[in-house]
Design a protein around this ligand. Structure first.
Ligand code: ADP
Length: 327
């Protein structure tokens, strides 16, 4: 039988996302509620290797639910990719009697957690903290809603100036290999074209419809492109469009890191609080190596290796809707 967890460590790893603080707060306060010792591990796996670990109390997470970023900082650690690094990390956990971990991060961080847990038999619970929403086993991830709302606000502003000048704007949003930020923000801002990696981008078809449009009136058009689109990012799309439509007034805007920052939305704070609570409850129930997700508004557990491998799929139906609504 598994031994009962008494001291837990919490860390944020990989890319940061708004709402991570709300998740940390939930983990710390739920842990303390159950009488556990709770330790904050700074800078993800790097802090675990360097023993940058501090005990948390209820006050240490006061006034952070509304703040973007992560009070525990985040990092990428090359040393954790090596067995020696992970061995050092485990020795530091033992020093603090930490016998359970909550990892808030993306699929890379979960891969690390899975390896670590296999080697040292320490239960790890993952919380999907990424703006990209690219992890299977959850309908949403901590930070996605904020990022997409930031993108929507920014694109609304761009649309104003685009309309005033009759321009064609290409706006690049984040998402790594996933097109969710592009799809959601594009639909919500009425983009005429949304280019995402999950569906084949038909550049020739897009140019054809832009040419038609230009013939009828001044070419005002909003293209939202995901940074990971298989045709390329905004620079490649702009080059292609300018070549084919030399008279169009083409402008490019890369939204960049503003999508990662800022105060989390209500939705992200709720999701993070919910998941953080269940992360601790899971450790107490003896669960290990699962990611806590939300599916159909219910908590859902996915083995960490499944959360790593599978990617969500964007239905073709959405692309049809985009086309109809933008016509
Ligand atoms: P994210 O969690 O946002 O996907 P990364 O892919 O950069 O971010 O992963 C975060 C960290 O997780 C890496 O810097 C590394 O320390 C650790 N990690 C990722 N993959 C592995 C692996 N296969 N083995 C051990 N550690 C890993």
């Amino acid at each position: 039988m598994d031994k009962k967890v008494r001291n837990i460590g919490v860390l944020t790893s990989g890319g940061d996302s708004p709402g991570m603080n709300a998740a940390i707060r939930a983990v710390v306060r739920t842990g303390l509620y159950h009488g556990l010792g709770v330790f904050g591990i700074m800078r993800g796996y790097a802090g675990m290797i360097e023993d940058d670990i501090k005990e948390m109390d209820g006050r240490s997470v006061a006034n952070i639910i509304q703040r973007g970023g992560t009070i525990l900082k985040t990092a990428r650690s090359k040393d954790f990719m090596e067995f020696e690094g992970r061995q050092k990390a485990f020795a530091n956990l033992q020093k603090h009697n930490i016998d359970g971990l909550v990892i808030i991060g993306g699929d890379g961080s979960f891969r690390g957690a899975q390896t670590f847990s296999n080697e040292f038999d320490i239960p790890c619970i993952g919380l999907p903290g990424t703006i990209d929403k690219d992890i299977s086993g959850s309908d949403t991830t901590i930070g996605f809603d904020t990022a997409v709302n930031t993108a929507v606000q920014a694109i609304d502003k761009i649309r104003d100036t685009m309309d005033a000048h009759d321009r064609l704007f290409i706006v690049e949003v984040m998402g790594r290999d996933a097109g969710y930020i592009a799809l959601h923000s594009g639909i919500a801002t009425g983009a005429e074209n949304i280019l995402i990696p999950e569906t084949k981008t038909d550049m020739a078809g897009m140019i054809e419809s832009l040419t038609e449009k230009e013939k009828r009136k001044k070419l005002v058009n909003l293209i939202v492109v995901a940074e990971g689109d298989e045709f390329g990012g905004s620079a490649e799309v702009a080059k292609y469009v300018k070549e084919k439509l030399p008279t169009a007034d083409v402008r490019v805007c890369v939204l960049g890191h503003i999508q990662r920052g800022g105060s989390p939305t209500c939705e992200d704070r709720l999701v993070a609080s919910h998941m953080g609570y269940y992360a601790v409850e899971s450790l107490l129930l003896g669960r290990k190596n699962v990611m806590v997700g939300v599916v159909n508004n219910k908590i859902h557990y996915t083995p960490l290796d499944k959360a790593v491998k599978e990617k969500q799929k964007i239905g073709q139906e959405w692309m049809k809707i985009v086309k109809i609504l933008a016509s």
